[in-house]
Ligand binder design. Sequence first.
Ligand code: HEC
Length: 116
Amino acid sequence: MTGSRGKLFARALAAAAGLSLMAGVGAAEPAPAGPSVEALSFNCYTCHGPDGRSPAAMPSLQGKHADYLLRRLLEFKQGKGHPTIMDRIARGYSDEELADIAAYIAAQTPSTGERR
Ligand code: HEC
């Protein structure tokens, strides 16, 4: 029994290693110690659309200035402007991470070239 459990464990480990390898593919630079700014920003895209370009009612982030994005994020962190969810999200990041995310998102260009 121990043998087959060991095999299962080894397979799970191999799968996990494969996943983390896949996560590394497509990153522009080698990942730093913490999650990359790209990975942090992907959390935002679940609501704000791919590359921050929202197709629906959610405000788009794409095309907005890094300074503007950072100011809004810091305001959310302080609970300003009656946010529904962004205050909770912004509090999960350090000011430095928010600045990195704002800069990263602001650097993304629209993939289609259509009006933002
Ligand atoms: C769960 C969905 C959700 C996620 C995840 C999310 N946002 Fe938001 N975001 C919102 C909503 C909703 C608003 C409108 C303000 C509010 O109600 O909180 C908003 C507003 C904003 C605004 C203001 C836009 C403007 O034009 O003033 C910025 C900037 C922003 N989000 C950045 C981010 C960043 C950066 C992340 C990732 C760290 C992120 N959001 C993750 C839902 C989300």
